[in-house]
Structure formats: C-alpha cells, structure tokens
Design a protein around this ligand. Structure first.
Ligand code: MLT
Ligand code: ZN
Length: 491
C-alpha cells in the first residue's frame, strides 16, 4: 500500500471545470492539455510507488510565456498546481497530493546557448515557483559543445562525457531527472564533495511567480551585489576543467576507519578528490541479489563497509599513481583491507553501478522507508545500528550515502509498508538526528513526507520567516501545496 496521507484537501482550492479546459487549450493548444488516463496514472505516482495523487489534468507548456499564462489563470481561479520534472524525487514532492493540476516541464528542454568560455542557458523547469531558465557557468556535454544546441531531457551526461566540460552535479537519477527539478530542490548527489552546492553554481534564473509574473534574474555576471540575490529563493556552475577520472573501490571493517580514510583522502588527494561514497555490506548484498549482471569486484569477505573513491584531475598518469599510492599506503597501515583500481571505463561504470544501484535494489526488494540525514560522521553509523537493534529481524536496515559530505541514507526495507514498523522508526529517527544536531533533509528535500517535520532541524523563527516568504510569493498557496512547510502554518 501507499503511505497514509492524513491531511485533508484544502477546500479553498477550486476543482477543474469545462471552462478551465477550454482556457488551457486556448493557451497551449489541444495536444498539450492531457487527460489521458495512462499518462495521468504515471504522472500521479512517484518513483517509489509510495505517493499517489488523483489529478485529472496534465499541462505541457513549451515557453515561459505559456507557463506565465497558465499560472496567472490558475491563480485567478484558485486552482492548485504541482510542477513536475523527471519525477525522480524521493519525498513525495513531485506528485499531486489530491487533484492538483500537473504542470509537466518536459517540453522545455533545449539548451538555449552554450558558450564554452562563459555561460550557458538551459531552458528547464524550476518547480518551487516556476517554469524557467537556468544559467550555469560553463556547462558540459560534448553534444552541446559541438552542435551548440541539444536536447537535454535529463542530466544523462554519462553518454556525453566530454573531455573538456563537466557538470558540477551527478545523481543516480541522471537518466531521467531534469535540471530544473535539480536546481529547485538544490539536489546534492555524488560529486558534492568536490563542487559543492548548486547555490554556488547557478549564475542566473528566470522564474514565474504564482500570479504569472516573470522574474528575469538571468544575470551572467560573476560579481553582482546589487540588492538581495533573489535567485537563491528559487534554488536550490559548471566548470571548465580538463577531466580525467580514476576510480577505486575498497573495503574495511568499520565506518570509523573510513572516516579516517576520508580525512586522509582529503589531505593526500586534495583537490582531485571528486567523490567519496560508501555502502555497508547489507546494501552490497541487496545490489548483488536484486540487480542483474552486478558482481562484487572484491573477493568475498566478512568486511562491513565499501567505499568508492573517485578522483577527477588533468594528468592521467599522475592521478593514477597518486590513487595507487594511496591504496597501497592505507592497506599497509590497515585502514583498508583490500581494494581495486578501475582499469578502464567499463570497470569504472561497474563500480558506480554498485553504488548507484542501491536505491533501485531496495525498490525491487519491496517497500522502503527512506531517510536522508546529515550527521556528524563519527556518529553516523550508530543510528543504523541502533535502528537495526530496535526493529529486529522484521526489517532490513541499510546504510549508504555520501560519506564525503556527512550524508547518510538510512533505508528500512520491508516486504510491504507497515504502520507498526513505521511507528518504531518515527519519530525516533528524527529525534535522534535532532539530538545530534543533524539535518533531517540533507539533499532530498522535505516534500510531502517531511513537511510537518521541519521543526526537528529549523527553529520556529526560521520556519515563520519561510512561511512569510511563501505567502508573499504565492498568496493563495496554489503552488505545490502541502509540501515543504507545515500545512497548519500555510493554509
Ligand atoms: C543516492 O544517493 O543514491 C540517492 O540520494 C538516492 C537514495 O538516497 O536512495
Ligand atoms: Zn544521495
């Protein structure tokens, strides 16, 4: 079954009528006003099959002007909307809760310009308030560079890895997520340890407010302290570096050992370190059992933790030597039990397949409760162990994530969703995180799942200011209602 939704539909919102449909067809043309049941079923359901809405209408704008007209109309009619990109979110943020109109941004996917020395504009979807355009500093993609125009339905730059440009963002969902959704949720992902938050990497944005007003914040200047930097209200660079990647997968007995390894990696590999990911042996087992063609590159062992280290530099033999020396040295001192350096790109992909395959394997194993936490690294795995003890054999408790950023993905796998188990997990997991001054939403966002949990990580004063800002930008609350902020404060 799906997660129980305890809230009520906000009665302030209107329901769709025949005049609305006529109006939307006028704005978008017949074929971009979608009422097809199959399309709607997919768009109403999230990636985990955990959250399901009941929207009867999906709109597909192609331009900022169309987004603006749709929102202006919805606002005047008090029709709630949910903007949707790749629908790869993990907290129920990208699907309707009730009958909100789905604004699908999949048609706004072209790269408007690509300047290999300066900036590139990507027409994309920016959901918190808008559809819009995003400017990155020095974007990526061979395809873009050579054709100067490309279809970018997703961040699937795996296919287009260029030797000169790299996106400062990588996610397991890269095959289907969209850049607008990534930016609006400030998605973290696999290379955060190197490139940092999208906040620092997005130069400009175009956003559409709830009432249809288009905000042009498409600046491309590096320095601009003129007034408030408004784009950060809507976010959540790409770098021009010759890129050569090296990969190492290794394992050891305890996560605290890997914490030391992380410190050493930061010291010894310095600015070529671009990913430091971990998974526990329970996650590894899930991947091996549920995903086809995946095998453990290391000999079978009793080791508890696997770490995937990636370096990105400009001098292949030097970078490789550095990583090799790193492996040997830390095997000698016992921080690593064993390790393998990828010999070619296929082997490198097979390492990443293991790490990126964990969420997919969990989905195949049944129902899953997902927690995305920032915690002090030295405490991080205690929570996984405590949870394992707490739940006993009824549930499989696994830990993986972005060790380099102190970001743990605690996942609880069950044959099906079970309220009794959920009652043992929550609020315990949030209280534990709060007690250790962590964040209950490191990179996935609050969405529907955690809208009423924000107080575990943010002060009352901060939450009230967020509510005031939301009300200023979206007085009728039509944009993605029931998400992010507690509904008791917003409706
Ligand atoms: C990941 O790091 O694999 C993603 O955040 C997805 C997940 O947490 O399951
Ligand atoms: Zn993650």
């Amino acid at each position: 079954g799906s997660a129980p939704i305890v809230m009520q539909r906000n009665p302030m919102f209107s329901t769709i009528n025949a005049d609305d449909i006529t109006k939307f067809k006028e704005i978008l043309g017949e074929k971009n006003v979608v009422q097809d049941e199959e399309v709607l079923l997919a768009a109403n359901t999230d990636w985990m099959q955990k959250y399901k809405g009941s929207s009867n209408l999906l709109l597909q704008p192609r331009t900022t002007e169309e987004v603006s007209q749709i929102l202006k109309y919805c606002n005047s009619r008090c029709l709630a909307v949910v903007p949707q990109g790749g629908n790869t979110g993990l907290v129920g943020g990208s699907v309707p809760v009730f009958d909100e109109v789905i604004i699908n941004m999949g048609s706004m996917k072209n790269i408007i310009s690509f300047d290999k020395d300066e900036t590139s504009k990507v027409k994309a979807f920016v959901p918190i308030q808008s559809g819009g355009r995003v400017i990155f500093r020095k974007t990526t993609r061979a395809k873009v560079i050579f054709r100067n125009e490309a279809t970018v339905p997703s961040l699937d730059f795996g296919c287009f890895v260029s030797i000169r440009f790299v996106m400062p963002l990588d996610l397991g969902a890269k095959g289907s997520c969209q850049i607008g959704g990534n930016v609006s949720t400030n998605a973290g992902g696999l290379r955060f340890v190197r490139y940092g938050s999208l906040h620092g990497n997005v130069l400009g944005l175009e956003a559409v407010l709830a009432n249809g007003t288009v905000l042009d914040m498409l600046g491309t200047l590096r320095k601009d302290n003129t007034g408030y930097d408004l784009k950060h209200l809507f976010i959540g660079k790409t770098l021009n570096i010759p890129q050569l990647f090296e990969y190492l997968i290794c394992y050891g007995d305890s996560l605290s050992v890997h914490q030391n390894l992380l410190l050493e990696a930061k010291r010894k590999l310095g600015n070529i370190l671009s990913a430091f990911e971990f998974l526990d042996s329970h996650s590894m087992d899930l991947v091996l059992n549920h995903l086809e063609g995946v095998r453990n590159p290391l000999p079978p062992s009793m080791h508890n933790f696997y770490v995937l280290i990636e370096t990105t530099g400009s001098d292949q033999s030097y970078d490789k030597e550095k990583l090799e020396a790193f492996l040997l040295r830390y095997m000698e001192v016992g921080l690593i039990s064993d390790g393998v350096l990828a010999q070619d790109i296929n082997q490198a992909f097979s390492f990443w397949r293991i790490r990126e395959g964990v969420p997919e394997a969990l989905m195949k194993a049944g129902a899953v409760y997902k927690y995305d936490l920032s915690l002090p690294i030295e405490k991080m795995y205690d929570l996984v162990e405590e949870m394992r003890m707490r739940l006993g054999p009824a549930a499989k408790v696994v830990g993986y994530g972005h060790l380099g950023d102190g970001n743990l993905h605690l996942n609880i796998s069950l044959p099906e969703y079970d309220d009794t188990v959920l009652g043992q997990v929550e609020p315990f997991v949030y209280e534990w995180t709060s007690k250790h001054r962590g964040s209950i939403s490191a990179e996935h966002g609050l969405g529907l799942m955690k809208a009423n949990k924000i107080h575990y990580s943010k002060s009352t004063e901060s939450v009230h200011l967020m509510v005031s800002i939301k009300k200023l930008l979206d007085p009728n609350g039509i944009l993605n209602p029931y998400k992010v902020l507690p509904s008791s404060l917003t409706s």
